[in-house]
Write a protein that binds this ligand. Structure first.
Ligand SMILES: NC(=O)c1ccc[n+]([C@@H]2O[C@H](COP(=O)([O-])OP(=O)(O)OC[C@H]3O[C@@H](n4cnc5c(N)ncnc54)[C@H](O)[C@@H]3O)[C@@H](O)[C@H]2O)c1
Length: 241
């Protein structure tokens, strides 16, 4: 089904998107670029919301492309150890460590996303890499604050949240904000070319197409309820950890 959900950029392309002032090839981005920020340095400030595996990677991607063009100034998570681990790795990273200036801007808890985004100026970039349940909440606040966004897929898992995201996408368009979404393959030039060649009839009429992703297992495949040990975490925190 064709929707108006922002078209997406792969994680690999994320930094390119940010470097170009979020000229993301998205339905949202068929707009002129906004001023990066109203005043002050041209260096883009980044806030990372959700400091797990992908969050650390996304922050590194964002800092890598145009060295010195961006700096990470704030981080948010609900678990202190996750935030500190990600921060430690980023700071130790030879390539991007010098662009990590988080200092005291480490925020914990379910409101931490606000604190982190409050460290940004209009036109800066917030990165959302929490589990998907929080996407629309964080997106809504970013729009309110006039921030550009990179958010990892998936964005929604149900109808009501999808409708919220669609409505928020329209608000983002109205405010000329740029939104890049990490959705594998959409921006793969190889796949675009393959798609075009199929459209051009190179293999005749397509009767059946199956797509496979070949990779090892991932954490998401582990049935967590089976591995739960006795602990005092709330159900929500257990589902997140
Ligand atoms: N790992 C990948 O390669 C990859 C690739 C594409 C997309 N994604 C998506 O990116 C997201 C993150 O994946 P991950 O592998 O980094 O997971 P992860 O569990 O390693 O990291 C998620 C982080 O978000 C934190 N968090 C949870 N709720 C939060 C909240 N309300 N506010 C702030 N922080 C919160 C968690 O404590 C954790 O540190 C998922 O939606 C995943 O599907 C991951």
């Amino acid at each position: 089904m064709e929707t108006h959900v922002p078209r997406t950029v792969s994680s690999d392309d994320q930094s390119r998107v940010i470097r170009k002032g979020i000229t993301a090839a998205s339905s949202l981005a068929a707009l002129s670029l906004p001023a990066v920020h109203a005043q002050g340095s041209d260096q883009i400030k980044l806030a990372l919301i959700g400091c797990g595996g992908r969050g650390g990677g996304a922050a590194k991607n964002a800092l890598s492309v145009n060295k010195g063009g961006a700096k990470l100034v704030a981080m948010a998570d609900v678990f202190e150890n996750k935030l500190n681990n990600a921060l430690g790795s980023l700071k130790r990273d030879r390539e991007v460590g010098s662009d990590v200036e988080v200092d005291e801007n480490k925020f914990l808890g379910f409101d931490a996303y606000k604190n982190a985004m409050d460290q940004l100026r209009k036109g800066d970039v917030a990165i959302f890499t929490t589990p998907l349940a929080f996407r629309w909440v964080h997106f809504q606040y970013a729009i309110e604050r006039g921030l550009n966004v990179f958010m990892e897929k998936p964005l929604t898992a149900d109808g009501p949240s999808s409708r919220r995201m669609l409505a928020l996408a329209e608000e983002a368009v109205k405010k000329n904000l740029k939104v890049g979404v990490g959705l594998m393959s959409h921006h793969s030039r190889h796949m675009q070319q393959l798609h075009q060649r199929i459209q051009d009839g190179e293999i005749g009429d397509l009767m059946l197409l199956r797509g496979y992703r070949m990779q090892g297992g991932s954490g998401a495949c582990i049935p967590r309820h089976l591995t739960r040990r006795g602990n005092d975490l709330s159900e929500v925190m257990f589902q997140i950890i």
